[in-house]
Design a protein around this ligand. Structure first.
Ligand SMILES: Cc1ncc(COP(=O)(O)O)c(C=O)c1O
Length: 435
């Protein structure tokens, strides 16, 4: 090209969660069955949306207005429903005008970081969810700035690390929280949330709280939405139906804007999001039409309870089995449907491997790079067909580990999966002890 056309941030766009699929598919083509523990789509993993939700969607599909554009902000009645539900929960009170619909949170995330002033940064958790960290890094053309989630203390954020980075980097304008967290399954205690709001308040920052899993927090996790502790600090909460209904293919999510009246710059930023969305016209209409009908149905919350109870059971089982491996740190998830195992310092080296069929070993060979957790993930894939995501390359982390899901609904198959994962870990770690 006569002039450069590649955005300087383009190299920051990576989604290893899906990239590992290419390698796994090549192995599958050799006849090796793959256990897909990499992707967080409950439906692809075999969960069936309940028949009554399908009936509501089917009936709405017969209505002509489901085929129409919706207003740019989203359907009035749907936003009014969400605002009323939010206000019933206590904490900050909002109106329908504080809500803006997107084509899934993926769309909301790229719009928000894309609309930020070019030099403004948002600090996010490490391990990081790549849709946020890549979009933020691509917006800035610089690596994403992160604060540490500490595997030694059950994945609690290291607040001293957060505050020191906020203090040292005046370009940081916002703090991202993912609660419940992907990839760790951590649920932020109320006092931790309050401390993060306090940091934002003292330094003049806004918060973004991705709460796409907030209705999938487990019993006893004491999940609190940011709305309950935000006080007068500007913030954006994000929610969606991809994981809840579950209906990721609907591409439906929304943001709730808190305290825009407290800061003129934040208010202008929130309006710029609406203006950006106006250029695209609107988000998908059908899922917005069914949202209040599904969520107000008496069967909805009992249905979610039954799902989270099953995830909770699987999380405890996985933690019990995998925590018996001395070189692995693991905590049971308290929300969402993922868990992350971390390797202790020095547990991995370049000599370790697992026995695998020759064809699978040949497929992974060109991908075996320097990232030690990625090497484990590739060897596990070739040897057992279990497909998980490495922490360092998949979640922008300086920790070595991997994420797997709790979505296998057949309890026998789930237990076999965890047993095979544990056996793979033990064999890999024993294949070459560090000197
Ligand atoms: C934390 C988090 N935020 C956002 C998303 C994207 O959701 P959506 O389907 O609404 O784009 C995901 C999807 O996995 C997620 O895990």
């Amino acid at each position: 090209m006569r002039t450069a056309i590649v955005h300087p941030g383009a190299d920051n766009l990576r989604y290893e969660i899906r990239q590992i699929v290419e390698v796994a598919k090549a192995i599958q083509a050799t006849g090796q069955p793959i256990r897909w523990e990499n992707i967080g789509d409950p439906v692809a993993k075999g969960e069936q949306p309940p028949a009554w939700i399908k009936e509501i969607v089917g009936a709405a599909a017969q209505e002509d207005l489901s085929f129409a554009y919706s207003p740019t902000r989203g359907l009035d009645e749907t936003r009014a429903y969400i605002a009323a539900e939010r206000n019933l929960e206590g904490g900050i009170q909002i109106t329908a005008d504080d809500i803006l619909f997107f084509n899934g949170l993926g769309d909301a995330i790229s719009t928000i970081y894309g609309a930020l002033h070019p030099t403004a940064r948002v600090i996010g958790p490490n391990p990081a969810y790549p849709t946020h960290s890549s979009a933020e890094a691509a917006h800035a053309g610089l690596p994403h700035i992160t604060y540490r989630l500490d595997p030694q203390s059950g994945w609690k954020p290291d607040l001293a690390d957060l505050e020191s980075k906020v203090a040292a980097n005046p370009q940081i304008a916002g703090i991202l929280i993912i609660n419940p967290d992907n990839p760790t399954g951590f649920v932020y205690p109320q006092d931790t949330l309050a401390a993060m709001v306090d940091i934002a308040r003292r330094y003049g920052l806004f918060l973004i709280s991705d709460e796409i899993y907030s209705n999938l927090a487990y019993p006893g996790s004491a999940m609190r939405k940011l709305a309950s502790v935000i006080g007068q600090t500007p913030a954006i909460a994000m929610r969606g139906i991809s994981k809840e209904f579950p209906w990721p293919g609907a591409r439906c999510g929304w943001i709730e804007v808190y305290n825009r009246d407290q800061d003129a710059d934040f208010d202008r930023f929130a309006r710029s999001l609406l203006e950006t969305k106006m250029l695209e016209v609107c988000a998908t209409t059908l899922p917005q039409r069914v949202l209040p009908r599904v969520m107000s149905d008496g069967r909805y919350y009992p249905y979610l309870d039954q799902r989270v109870n099953a995830y909770d059971r699987r999380a405890r089982h996985a933690a019990e089995v995998l925590s018996a491996i001395p070189d692995v740190i693991i905590h049971p998830a308290r929300g969402a449907f993922y868990m992350t195992a971390v390797f202790k310092d020095g547990a991995l080296n370049l000599e370790q491997s697992l026995e695998a069929p020759e064809s699978a070993a040949a497929i992974i060979a060109p991908h075996l790079g320097a990232a030690l957790d990625q090497r484990f993930v590739l060897h596990l894939l070739a040897s057992t067909g279990i497909c998980v995501v490495p922490l360092s390359t998949g979640f922008n982390s300086d920790l070595l580990g991997f994420r797997f899901t709790l979505l296998e609904a057949d309890e026998d198959r789930f237990e076999a999966l965890i047993a095979d994962l544990a056996a793979g870990l033990r064999a890999y770690l024993a294949s070459s002890r560090p000197s």
